[in-house]
Design a protein around this ligand. Structure first.
Ligand code: NAD
Ligand code: TYD
Length: 340
């Protein structure tokens, strides 16, 4: 039996990854280590129903908690845990630095101490900054770092620490840098779930600035399959950009959602721009494609599946909106308990 120590596995992408690996591999067990911040939600793990999944509530900034929970010789540490929302990082960068930077170093130290076989760090294309509008420029693995938001800066710092752990200590590290994800169970602070859930309730959808900023969107399951491919096949010390060759302007994204829901475009509300708002991201996925990975979900299909999930899961949304899910763990299990 192989053991994966997954951090942030109660969040949007981490939970999708945990579902994927337990479904795809009968020889894998998962220790899912997550602090359950506002973005971590045990509802995201429902349906797992597997004795190969152990949930541990813990903070990656806490070396003792990490050490207690990480067994010797795990096959892979996969670090999804992070503060992930740019707007929150503009409000306050504190947790971004402590979790994304310090927390990553705590995990690297623990991985070395327990002789973890591989350490896969989930980074973002945002470490490479912004590309100019309408240009042919793309991010490659060799693009220079130019993080523009506190979030992106904290993720760039973490990447440096991962690189150093490989170079100095020979840890088998891997880094993935993905574009914007969308799919089921994304917290409705990010553009796509916010637009869907607001529109479903006939609320306005805020669009920052002129709405012409470009993001390179990928369906979350395709991102998770790419991470798995990297863990299984990539040489130590490598970095992979992950993208589905799917650039869209924000306004086009919102218009597509409103159209799919049969809602009027009068719900679009242009609002003050985000400070330092990156104009365009575009990923060259050539390197990960050479590893044998290709995305499966097309944009329309992925968006349709995502919208459908939010329509069919009103309880999930209601609990997220009221924050009811936040004290669920305490009520069910107590502070230090763990859940199978
Ligand atoms: P998310 O905000 O939905 O989930 C983050 C998870 O990490 C939550 O479950 C939260 O409880 C947990 N967490 C936060 N701080 C923690 C701490 N100190 N200790 C333990 N757990 C903690 O984020 P997401 O969108 O699923 O993103 C996952 C990872 O992927 C992040 O590292 C993010 O930077 C990266 N990423 C995200 C995107 C995207 O579009 N969402 C794109 C590229 C990369
Ligand atoms: P977001 O989902 O926050 O991801 P990121 O900032 O990491 O790319 O935002 C995606 C794009 O949508 C980004 O250009 C900011 C914009 N945006 C809006 O226009 N309105 C919103 O309400 C939000 C949350 C984002």
């Amino acid at each position: 039996m192989r053991t994966f120590f997954v951090t942030g596995g109660a969040g949007f992408i981490g939970a999708a990854f945990v579902h994927l690996i337990l479904r795809e591999f009968s020889d894998v067990r998962v220790i899912n280590f997550d602090a359950l911040t506002y973005a971590g939600n045990l509802d995201n793990l429902s349906g797992l129903d597997s004795d190969r999944h152990t949930f541990v509530r813990g903070d990656i900034r806490d070396p003792m908690a990490v050490k207690e929970s990480m067994p010797m010789d795990v096959d892979a540490v996969v670090n999804f845990a992070a503060e992930s929302h740019v707007d929150r990082s503009i409000e306050s960068a504190h947790d971004f630095v402590t979790t994304n930077v310090v927390g990553t170093q705590v995990l690297l130290d623990a991985a070395r101490g327990t002789r973890a076989r591989k350490f896969c760090h989930i980074s973002t294309d945002e470490v490479m900054g912004s590309l100019s509008d309408g240009s042919e420029e793309v991010f490659t693995e060799d693009s220079p770092f130019a993080p523009n938001s506190p979030y992106a800066a904290s993720k760039a710092a973490a990447e440096h620490l991962v690189r150093a752990a490989h170079h100095t200590f020979g840890l088998h590290t891997l880094i993935t840098r993905c574009g914007n994800n969308y799919g089921p169970r994304q917290f409705p602070e990010k553009l796509i779930p916010l637009a869907i859930t607001n529109a479903l309730q006939d609320r306005e959808v805020p669009v920052y600035g002129d709405g012409r900023n470009v993001r390179d969107w990928i369906y979350v399951h395709d991102h998770c399959r790419a991470v798995l491919q990297v863990i299984e096949r990539a040489p130590a010390g490598e970095t992979y950009n992950i993208g589905a060759r799917n650039e869209q302007r924000n306004i086009e994204v919102v218009e597509s959602i409103l159209k799919a829901l049969n809602k009027p475009s009068s719900l679009i509300k242009f609002v003050t721009d985000r400070p330092g708002h990156d104009r365009r991201y575009s990923i060259d996925p050539g390197k990960i494609e050479k590893l044998g990975w290709l995305p499966r979900a097309g944009w329309s299909e992925g968006l349709e599946k995502t919208i459908d999930w939010y329509i069919k899961n009103p309880q999930w949304l209601a609990r997220v909106r009221t924050g009811e899910y936040l004290d669920y763990y305490e009520r069910q299990y107590g502070e230090r308990a763990s859940q199978k």
